[in-house]
Design a protein. Structure first.
Length: 102
C-alpha cells in the first residue's frame, strides 16, 4: 500500500472514531441529565399510579441510553486501537518492502 493511502485511511478511521465517541458522550448526557430533568419535571406535575409507571419506564430508558453510550465509547476505543496497530503494521510492511531485494 502506498504511504499516502496508509495516512489517508488512518486519518479517516481516527476521525470516525472521534465522531463516534462524541456521539456517545452526547447520548450519555441525554440519558444522565436531560432525561432525568424531564422526569423530575413530569413528577412534579403529575401524581398518580400511571405517573409512577411512566417514571419507571423513563428511568429504564435513561439507563438503557447510558449503557448504549458506553458500548459506543468502547467501540470507538477499539476502532482507535486497531487503527493504530494496522497503521504500524502497514508502515512496517512499507519499510520491509523497501529493504528487501529479490
Amino acid at each position: 500500500m502506498q504511504p499516502q493511502t496508509i495516512e489517508m485511511h488512518f486519518t479517516e478511521i481516527m476521525r470516525l472514531a472521534r465522531i463516534l465517541n462524541d456521539q456517545a458522550r452526547t447520548l450519555k448526557t441525554v440519558g444522565e441529565e436531560e432525561l432525568m430533568q424531564i422526569i423530575r419535571e413530569n413528577k412534579s406535575c403529575w401524581n398518580s399510579e400511571c405517573a409512577d409507571i411512566l417514571l419507571q419506564k423513563e428511568v429504564r430508558l435513561g439507563n438503557e441510553l447510558i449503557r448504549e453510550a458506553e458500548k459506543l465509547e468502547k467501540t470507538a476505543l477499539e476502532m482507535e486501537t486497531k487503527a493504530k496497530k494496522m497503521y504500524q503494521s502497514e508502515w512496517m510492511n512499507v519499510c520491509l518492502g523497501t529493504i528487501r531485494r529479490y
